[in-house]
Design a protein around this ligand. Sequence first.
Ligand code: HEM
Length: 239
Amino acid sequence: MSNKREQVFVWSRKIRLFHWINVICISLLIIIGVIILNSKLIGVSTDGKVLLKTIHVLVGYVFAFNLIIRIMVGFIGRTHERWTEILPFQKGFKAELVNFIQGKKSTYKGHNPAGKLMVFALLFLMTIQMISGLVIAGTDIYYPPLGKYFAHSIAIDKDKANEIKPYSKDNVDEIAYKKMREVRKPFITAHVYGFYGLIFLIPLHIIGVIIAERRERSALVSSMVNGYKYLPKETDQYK
Ligand code: HEM
């Protein structure tokens, strides 16, 4: 490989902003999620639980908005923003992966093949967290987008459905409530397994980036801050 390197602009401002907002949101969501998960053990009061869930959901909205924008940019954006570039579904991906594993090619302008697989797995789990989270925000604290619908479905006096409080049995039809909890079950299961998946993959993602940084020496980490990688001059051939 030539020692001569050039500065190549890879990650647009949109992508970098998405990445760091996502990092902040997921960190907060994991911390608050772990506390909710262990709230009995820690002895959190009912009001405390409602407060934790409310904060978790508010951060969740930022996370969901950021993710939806990123998903849209993947369809309409430029080169390295597009799903066709980033996800591991292009023609020839298998061969690309084999070359990467055998060390035949070590410098990439966008993601390397292992990075593409990781991005796909992370996006998949994040989408599960977003969808399941938005549903349980409605069943647990009656927050949008489905809170009004669920509160209405369990209210005895439908005109006062908006006044139903989390964990309160006032104006709540017991049978309708149980039915709603049945609907909630698969979503909370998905939410908890999605969480386990993320806390397994996030450290792998960080380790992968550190390994790639040492192997490629292309300033991979700082490229997510300033957008530029430092690639060997002949890297034109790499995508
Ligand atoms: C990466 C994203 C997320 C992670 C890692 C995460 C993690 C967690 C965890 C670990 C719990 C505790 C589960 C339990 O107690 O059984 C939880 C609960 C909850 N999450 Fe999330 N979450 C994420 C995104 C969201 C989003 C986007 C929303 C909605 C806007 C949301 C809404 C909720 C709600 C309402 C609960 C309370 C459920 C309950 O335990 O009763 N989450 N989350």
